[in-house]
Design a protein around this ligand. Structure first.
Ligand code: KG4
Ligand code: ZN
Length: 392
């Protein structure tokens, strides 16, 4: 079957076309086309994402991105004759997309130029995320489903991050054959969660952040240091330089909030505040920035490893899955591998392959296929709407 997947929950507009052979979780996923446009430049000047601006940019990007993805998949054909859309279809599409700026015009122009290839299922992120941004994607797939007459699966973005960590896009286009129970540590710009998986598609949230998400802490600390958004990669780079130069600590040791509490929850706002106090009134030299970035990265990593270890111990987990944008961080990956494997040598760790840590639509195709599997067994595909606070 052929899946078209769409992601618009934050500041990436992404569309993939994936050919699936076999059943979840042993299927092979062949990536036919994949296109992504980031709004990072746009939000850079504000140090974060502005939901209404994100919505407008998604609306602008969706049809161009769809065109690129379908072209890459070699599935786009120009129409020979004149457009055959009836007035009824046109007005229905306009009605579905009436809140999405230019999107109806763009889609109608696309449909009068190209014939749409056969698609068996559409997967779209319905949450969690920024609601205005999510709605653009959801409305767009409603319009596409109306034309293509195919089912739509509303996907949980966090399930996408979990499956992305298990997907081997380099070797065999399959999900790893993992042992359960598994613990998923999800570390992104909007979320920090520990999830227990007793089996495929069974998600039980056992802990989460009580304030800032890890990625948010990276972004806020970067901003305090005068670094551009998103702060994660910038801090990672500086921290690596500090390690190469064996720099001493910037100032006193930074706190590791909640590291000793027996639960699986997190808190990062105190760490961010500690950084704010330590830089207040200071002009940071390049060396100061490197040292502080390293100190901050280490504080975060210590907490993540301790909490993930607690979860693994409590639930006798055999697998640790690390997903979300922050899982791109080299130091965090390396530390998990060395420290966790020294205490839990029996645990297998999975991290996303390059390009699959941060938001993308390949993970939405994977989660859509997983959900289709459950919807089919349950005999129902739910109605779609954007849910900013959707949980696993
Ligand atoms: O998963 P994601 O792309 O979007 C959300 O679902 O939130 O995560 C984005 C977050 C941002 O906060 C960004 O700073 C962080 O991931 N990030 C990193 C790195 N690359 C991205 N954090 C630390 N180190 C990185 N290399
Ligand atoms: Zn994400």
């Amino acid at each position: 079957m052929r899946i078209l997947s769409i992601e618009t929950s934050a500041d990436e507009t992404a569309i993939s076309i994936v050919e699936v052979t076999g059943e979840f979780p042993t299927a092979t996923y062949t990536l036919l086309g994949n296109a992504l446009r980031s709004q990072i430049e746009m939000h850079n000047q504000y140090g974060g994402i502005f939901p209404m601006m994100a919505k407008r940019e998604h609306a602008k990007a969706l049809v161009p991105i769809l065109t690129i993805a379908l072209t890459e998949a070699e599935l786009l054909e120009e129409q020979g004759g004149e457009a055959a859309l009836s007035e009824i279809v046109i007005s229905k599409l306009r009605e579905i997309l009436n809140r999405e700026d230019n999107l109806a015009d763009d889609l109608l122009a696309f449909l009068s130029t190209y014939t749409f290839p056969e698609i068996d299922m559409i997967a779209v992120t319905s949450g969690p995320g920024l609601e205005p941004a999510l709605w653009v994607g959801v409305s767009f797939v409603k319009a596409l489903a109306y034309i293509l007459n195919c089912p739509v699966i509303p996907v949980n973005h966090m399930e996408g991050h979990i499956l992305a960590a298990l997907f081997d896009v380099v070797e065999d286009d399959k999900l790893a054959d993992i042992a359960f129970p598994a613990i998923a540590l999800l570390i992104s710009g909007g979320h920090t969660e520990l999830v227990l998986m007793r089996d495929w598609i069974k998600y039980e949230k056992i802990g989460e952040t009580r304030d800032d998400a890890v990625g948010e802490a990276f972004d806020k600390v970067a901003r305090l240091m005068g670094l551009p958004y998103p702060g994660g990669p910038e801090i990672g780079k500086l921290a690596a330089e500090a390690r190469t130069a064996s720099l001493p600590p910037y100032k006193e040791k930074l706190p590791r909030p909640m590291i000793t509490t027996p639960d699986f929850d997190f808190s990062f706002s105190g760490l961010k505040t500690a950084v704010r106090y330590s830089v207040e009134g200071e002009t940071l030299s390049e060396i100061n920035k490197q040292a502080l970035a390293r100190d901050f990265e280490e504080a975060v990593t210590d907490v993540l490893i301790k909490k993930a270890s607690n979860a693994i111990n409590t639930h006798s987990a055999k697998t640790l899955i690390i997903g979300g944008g922050v899982s791109a961080n080299e130091f965090i990956r390396r530390s998990f591998e060395t420290i966790l494997l020294s205490t839990h040598p029996e645990v297998e760790i999975y991290c996303p392959k390059r390009g699959l840590s941060t938001d993308n639509s390949i993970m939405i195709a994977l989660a859509g296929h997983a959900e289709m599997h459950t919807a089919r067994t349950a005999g129902a595909i739910p109605l779609i709407r954007a849910e900013g606070n959707r949980s696993l």
